[in-house]
Design a binder for this molecule. Structure first.
Ligand code: IPE
Ligand code: IPE
Ligand code: MG
Length: 247
């Protein structure tokens, strides 16, 4: 029986973010080149996206390429960019069928023009969909995002558009790449690594963290349901006491 039946639909995480890690190790274990791991990883992306749409999770954010990933071998970076283009072409139908809106976060200017072209096509085509917002973090780094935010706010202060006393959580939220997204409720990282790797540092302030040893290409719908079930067992106290939460 699928774990999906055990999920409490009234307590779903509104926003799930995933650090999709372990493609290289998955390939190496099988004696394949890393690239095959990335190709296999694309299948897990499809699984997880469809699962979220199915059970009514409203926001899914996937860490697909970090600012630090530009330092990988040139050939691997090229392959990842090619894979992104082919997946966008291939999966547009899936997005439309499941009523999914695609957006991106990250430093888009650094992406190759072919990638940008395909992205803007799919973003435009899916802009009115509203079952699930799928955010791809591409050339994304949280520290860079925070620096950009500080620069934009400083400029507004300089031009008297914002006064320093008024800077608060919502002003910062409104200047981040994630300005249209709610805080993350559940952050999943695959492959056994237990670190954040410069992903959504501000936005995970109160997220529940879930680490699994499963390598990303092996991650299935059932693994996602398992993570959600684990999340549902936790008590989110946000600084309060357990008694306050349950009164
Ligand atoms: C995640 O898998 C994919 C990207 C970072 C683009 P990795 O490629 O990091 O896989 P490992 O960590 O080497 O196994
Ligand atoms: C984080 O994975 C980035 C993505 C999943 C896109 P990495 O595999 O690049 O992270 P580190 O460098 O091992 O922390
Ligand atoms: Mg990795």
């Amino acid at each position: 029986m699928s774990l999906v039946n055990k999920i409490d639909k009234s307590k779903l995480p509104n926003h799930i973010a995933i650090i999709m890690d372990g493609n290289g190790r998955w390939a190496k274990k099988r004696g394949f080149l890393r690239n095959l791991g990335h190709k296999s990883g694309a299948k897990s992306v499809k699984q997880v996206v469809e699962a979220c749409a199915e059970i009514n999770v409203k926001f899914l954010t996937l860490y697909a390429f970090s600012t630090e990933n530009w330092n990988r071998p040139k050939l691997e970076v090229e392959l990842l960019m090619k894979l992104l283009i082919s997946s966008l072409k291939k999966e547009l139908n899936t997005l439309q069928k499941n009523n999914i809106k695609l957006i991106t976060i990250g430093n888009q200017e650094s992406l190759p023009s072919k990638v940008l072209k395909e992205l803007s096509y799919v973003i435009e085509k899916t802009k009115n969909n509203n079952q699930l917002t799928l955010t791809l973090a591409l050339s994304y780094g949280s520290r860079e995002e925070i620096i950009k935010t500080i620069k934009e706010i400083s400029l507004k202060v300089k031009n008297n558009l914002i006064s320093p006393e008024n800077i608060d959580i919502s002003i910062i939220n409104n200047h981040l790449y994630t300005r249209n997204l709610p805080d993350v409720d559940l952050l999943i990282r695959t492959s056994g690594e237990q670190r954040i790797s410069n992903f959504l540092l501000w936005q995970i302030a109160y997220a529940e963290l879930y680490f699994t040893d499963v390598l990303w290409p092996d991650f299935s719908k059932e693994n996602l349901f398992e993570a959600i079930l684990n999340y549902q067992k936790r008590e989110r106290r946000f600084g309060k006491t357990s008694e306050q939460i349950n009164e």
